[in-house]
Design a protein around this ligand. Structure first.
Ligand code: UD1
Length: 344
C-alpha cells in the first residue's frame, strides 16, 4: 500500500517513513530538499533495508504537483509534513510562510480530489492553542489568536482541510504535536538544524559538542516551580508511530468523523531546567548555560491531555525524557563525526 510522505527527508518525516516501511507500507517521498538532505534516503534504507521512492520538487508548483498525482493515483494516503517551521523567521517573512505552507496544501488537496485519493494526515502543532486557559490542554480547548504567521498557517491549514473535506470524499486526521525531540536509536536519522537552532534540544546538543558557547535559558521568572517555562517533550519515534496508527485508522474507516483531531504529547510537562538536568544525567556531559530574559512570544507552560489519543488511537508515548535527551546526544555525536570527516 503506497503512502505519500511530503517532507519525508525532514526530521519528523524521515522517522515516520521508517516506521511506515517497518510496517510494510510502500513509501513515496516528495521533498524539495530546502531544509533537508538527500542522504537521509540512504539512512532510511540502512535502517529498514528499503530505499523509499523519491521525487524532488516543490509542492507549491501546481502543474508539477498535478502531474505527480496523475502518475501516482494509486497513493492510498498522504502524510503532509512539508512546511516551513521557524517561528521567528515567519514573523520576519510572513508571505514566504503563507505562500509555502498554504499553496502546497491547496495543490495537494486538489491532487487528492482529481485522483480520488481520500486520506490525509496533517502535521499540526499545539501552537494553535496559544497559552491555554486550562491545563492539560485537550483537543476541545479553544483555538487562540496566532502569535506568529507560522502558527497562523497551521490554523488556516486545519480550516482549509476541514472545509475541503466537507464537500469532497476526503477524510483527514489533524495531529497537533507538542515538542518533538530526540532521534532514532540507530543515530542514522535525526534533527538537522541549518544555521543557529531556535529550538531547545538541538541548542543543548550543539552547546555540549562545542559548536555553541553556552545555552541561553530564556527566563527563570515564570510562575512555574523552578521559574523556567514548561513544555510537553515527546520522542520523535513515539510521534512517528502515531502517524502509522492514524493512517491505519483512516484506511480501516475507524474514524468517528471525517475530520478528526488528536493531540500528540506525553501528558508530562518538563521545565527547561529539567531538560538540562535530564541531558546531564543521561549523557554524563555537563552543559554550560546562562539565565537570560524571557524570549518574546514564549508561552509559560503547556502540556497535553493524552486521554483522547490514548483511548481512540490506542497509542501512548512510551519513551522517557532521559531516553529523548540521550538519543538526541547520540545523534549529535554522529553529526560531529560527519562534520570532522568533511572538515567543517
Ligand atoms: C515553538 C513553537 C511551536 C513550534 C516549535 C517548532 C511557539 C509558541 N511554539 O515551540 O509551535 O512547533 O517551536 O519550531 O511558538 N529555550 C531556551 N533556550 C533556547 C531555546 C529554547 O531556554 O536556546 C526554551 C524556550 O524558551 C521554551 C523551551 O525552551 O521555553 C522550548 O523552546 P523551543 O524548543 O523553541 O520550542 P517552543 O517555543 O515550545
Amino acid at each position: 500500500m503506497k503512502i505519500l510522505v511530503t517532507g519525508g527527508t525532514g526530521y519528523i518525516g524521515s522517522h515516520t517513513a521508517v516506521e511506515l516501511q517497518e510496517k510494510g507500507y510502500e513509501v513515496i517521498i516528495v521533498d524539495n530538499l530546502s531544509n533537508s538532505s538527500i542522504e537521509v534516503l540512504d539512512n532510511i534504507e540502512k535502517i529498514t533495508g528499503v530505499k523509499p521512492l523519491f521525487e524532488q520538487f516543490d509542492l507549491t508548483d501546481p502543474k508539477r504537483t498535478a502531474a505527480f498525482f496523475k502518475q501516482n493515483n494509486d497513493i492510498r494516503a498522504i502524510i503532509h509534513f512539508a512546511a516551513f517551521k521557524a517561528v521567528g523567521e515567519s514573523v520576519e517573512k510572513p508571505l514566504m510562510y503563507y505562500r509555502n505552507n498554504l499553496i502546497s496544501l491547496v495543490n495537494i488537496l486538489q491532487g487528492m480530489i482529481d485522483n480520488g485519493i481520500e486520506n490525509i494526515v496533517f502535521s499540526s502543532s499545539c501552537t494553535v492553542y496559544g497559552q491555554p486557559d486550562k491545563l492539560p490542554v485537550s483537543e476541545n480547548s479553544p483555538i487562540k489568536k496566532a502569535w506568529s504567521p507560522y502558527g497562523n498557517t497551521k490554523q488556516m491549514s486545519e480550516e482549509i482541510i476541514t472545509f475541503t473535506s466537507d464537500v469532497n470524499d476526503i477524510q483527514a486526521i489533524l495531529l497537533r504535536y507538542f515538542n518533538p525531540i530526540g532521534a532514532h536509536e540507530s543515530a542514522l536519522i535525526g534533527e538537522l538544524p541549518i544555521g543557529v537552532p531556535n529550538c531547545l534540544m538541538p541548542y543543548i546538543t550543539q552547546t555540549a559538542i562545542g559548536i555553541r558557547e553556552y545555552l541561553r535559558v530564556w527566563g527563570d521568572d515564570y510562575p512555574t516551580p523552578d521559574g523556567t517555562a514548561i513544555r510537553d517533550y515527546i520522542h520523535v519515534v513515539d510521534l512517528a508511530k502515531a502517524h502509522v496508527i492514524a493512517i491505519e485508522r483512516m484506511i480501516g474507516q475507524k474514524g468517528k468523523q471525517k475530520v478528526e483531531v488528536f493531540n500528540l504529547g506525553t501528558g508530562n510537562g518538563f521545565s527547561v531546567m529539567e531538560v538540562i538536568n535530564s541531558f546531564e544525567r543521561s549523557t554524563g556531559v555537563k552543559l554550560n548555560y546562562e539565565i537570560m530574559g524571557r524570549r518574546p512570544g514564549d508561552v509559560v507552560e503547556v502540556w497535553s491531555d493524552t486521554e483522547y489519543a490514548n483511548k481512540e488511537l490506542g497509542w501512548t508515548a512510551e519513551k522517557s525524557l532521559d531516553e529523548m535527551t540521550k538519543s538526541a546526544w547520540n545523534w549529535e555525536k554522529e553529526l560531529e563525526i560527519k562534520r570532522k570527516a568533511n572538515n567543517e
